[in-house]
Design a protein around this ligand. Sequence first.
Ligand SMILES: Cc1cc2nc3c(=O)[nH]c(=O)nc-3n(C[C@H](O)[C@H](O)[C@H](O)COP(=O)(O)OP(=O)(O)OC[C@H]3O[C@@H](n4cnc5c(N)ncnc54)[C@H](O)[C@@H]3O)c2cc1C
Length: 385
Amino acid sequence: MAEFGFDESHEDLRRAAREFAEKGLKPEAKERATSHRIPDWMIKQIKDLGYIGMIADEKYGGQGMDMMSVGIVVEEFGKVDISAAHVVLIPTQFCALLQSGTEEQRQKWIPKLCQGELMPSLAITEPGCGTDAAAIEMKAMRDGKYYILEGEKAPVTRGMQATALIVWAKTDHEAGVRGVTCFFVPSDSPGLSLEEIPYAGLIPLNCATAFFDSVKVPVSYRIGEEGKGFYMLMDRFDVVRVLLTLVALGQAQISLNEIIIYTKSRTAFGRPIAKFEGISFKIAEAATKIEAARLLCYRALWMRDQGFKHSKESAMCKWYAPTVAFEVIHDCILMMGHYGYSTEYPLTQRMLDVMGYQIADGTAEAQKLIIVRELLGRKFLPYSG
Ligand SMILES: Cc1cc2nc3c(=O)[nH]c(=O)nc-3n(C[C@H](O)[C@H](O)[C@H](O)COP(=O)(O)OP(=O)(O)OC[C@H]3O[C@@H](n4cnc5c(N)ncnc54)[C@H](O)[C@@H]3O)c2cc1C
């Protein structure tokens, strides 16, 4: 029987993704968690299995699947190898974004994306602003059939490996959010250079700073209309926030599974430590919180698939679930004692990894502002008159 909220095709997909994760991704996953690159073989295998461009229309070489399906795959991959989840997640964002692009752009880029030949990363944040995304300084100046991009973006996830950057820049500095426009920029464009940022977690995602020194981009590489970039960005956030959250929950769930086994076999004072309520109640609480956060995520994805607005629900997922994941993994470390604290086990790295998800694509505070806006109205935001 299918799990609550899923149909048989979702269950089949979960089984297949889990099997690949167990057999194909689990070996050496711990070593890969501190390496600085997503291996090419992994990208190829994920592509061969059809998990890149899952939501893309079949006419472009995609699978035409729903967002719930993407959630299932990133959750299962997230249990084993975060970078594999990102190989699925980042193209999904690009496909969603290209719904605002032209038919010519979809025909040009989506087939390459589904073949694993095009690996785009998204560049919004700048050294001077993150939460306040409307304050970006990067300029895109029109010059005939081109735009000239000038500025700096950081961090860019998978930046060092990306073959293209999707960049948000201002075409009109006086127009606030209405002056933001989105561009496709090949990574080998003259004037674009990248430098890795030494993060404590999410290391294989090789986050980078991107420097744009008079980078020339054809007008045909502008995605969406001039001035519409900010709205496209908000829609993209609604999707990616839920998917990132499921990856973090995958990490928490696998840690919990491992700790259940450990606490049943580790003894203290003549009995398994799982017999102490100080341990077993923590496990019960962790399982409940993960399940609650998970259901919130799948509900948000379901709303997406039904065409409902889900900004509030996505924001709820993004503040709550990475916090849950971080707390659960932290508790697992404590329940494992000094072994848990050792880098011989994966728990400390997982904690650093999910901490990255507490910040990436919007902090908890940023999400609460969205929830307040949706529940109380824009005029009750702290920065409105
Ligand atoms: C691992 C990782 C990967 C990332 N990948 C990408 C990427 O691929 N592309 C990209 O563009 N960006 C990326 N980011 C950037 C990320 O989206 C930003 O870090 C995030 O939006 C927060 O911005 P900031 O770091 O500039 O913090 P700030 O905006 O400077 O915030 C600092 C603190 O102030 C708080 N704060 C700010 N404003 C308010 C407010 N109004 N009310 C209450 N508190 C507030 C914040 O919650 C935070 O605690 C990534 C970040 C990380 C950690």
